[in-house]
Design a protein around this ligand. Structure first.
Ligand code: HEC
Ligand code: HEC
Length: 220
């Protein structure tokens, strides 16, 4: 009787230890994922740069700065393309100070900030993808579960739902490539790169294939 109770105690201690070990593994996985996420966002987004720096003049249109949201003022300038505008933002032009007057803004962050302002002013430019801080490649499933589900799970704004074969098949009649190009550029309610500026073309492709194929096997 005593021996049996002892064995039971040992057994339940082992179960508790296993639970603790699982919890520790789980928590360190979360910590790792958070570190990864931070590493990927060390370069500021266009919005962050604009809100911190460019808004001072471009929010009001001070000194003839093209105002954010003023389609006419930006349309004249966007004809020069991102490269042309970035060149001027780097070295400054008339009352526009070099780097928006803040040397901490990198050339790449300038590109993102310009794209953000252009898109807030009637433009449809794809957010530039970082050439330096390329995150290690994520799987199509990971990307879809983190980002694309925001609209493609419930079909927000007419987004083809994950697993809805009837919605995906007609879109895929010309193969995956046109779908990937379309997802890079964005259109209608579909934001450029699915709203995740740092996705590589290849990662985006993986996410499209994942969503396209999900109807073949029932998704959870
Ligand atoms: C101190 C005020 C000020 C700040 C801060 C500022 N700008 Fe400007 N910006 C201007 C003015 C003024 C112009 C219009 C210059 C002109 O064409 O005469 C301008 C024009 C521009 C243009 C158009 C250049 C062209 O070739 O027509 C771009 C692009 C631009 N700014 C980007 C930015 C970005 C990005 C930031 C933030 C990082 C920023 N600016 C911060 C004042 C500012
Ligand atoms: C903010 C909502 C939103 C997010 C986030 C989003 N999408 Fe979409 N997506 C849409 C909508 C809406 C459509 C339908 C657009 C249309 O055809 O009018 C769409 C359509 C598409 C299409 C079909 C394009 C075509 O030409 O038929 C693809 C492919 C696609 N999305 C991929 C993705 C991927 C990959 C992600 C994640 C990285 C993603 N989307 C994230 C809203 C979203």
């Amino acid at each position: 009787m005593g021996a049996q109770a002892g064995i039971q105690t040992i057994a339940s201690t082992m179960v508790s230890l296993r639970l603790i070990a699982t919890a520790v593994m789980f928590l360190s996985a979360i910590a790792w994922a958070q570190t990864e996420a931070r590493a990927q966002t060390s370069e500021r987004s266009g919005k962050e740069v604009v809100d911190a720096v460019c808004i001072t003049c471009h929010g009001t249109g001070a000194n003839g700065a093209p105002k954010i949201g003023d389609k006419k003022a930006w349309a004249k300038r966007t004809a020069r393309g991102l490269t042309g505008l970035t060149k001027n933002a780097i070295k400054g032009v008339r009352k526009m100070p070099a780097h928006g007057g803040n040397a901490n803004v990198s050339d790449f962050e300038l590109e993102r900030a310009i794209t953000y302002m252009v898109n807030k002013s009637g433009g449809h430019w794809a957010e530039p993808v970082s050439k330096t801080a390329q995150p290690s490649e994520r799987s199509g499933k990971q990307i879809a579960e983190v980002q694309c589900v925001k609209c493609h799970l419930k079909g927000d704004g007419g987004a083809p739902k994950i697993g809805d074969r009837a919605a995906w098949i007609p879109r895929g009649t010309n193969g995956i490539d046109p779908l990937v190009r379309s997802a890079i550029a964005g259109h209608g309610g579909m934001p450029a790169r699915g709203g995740m500026a740092d996705l590589t073309d290849n990662e985006l492709r993986g996410a499209v294939i994942y969503m396209f194929n999900s109807g073949v096997v029932p998704v959870k």
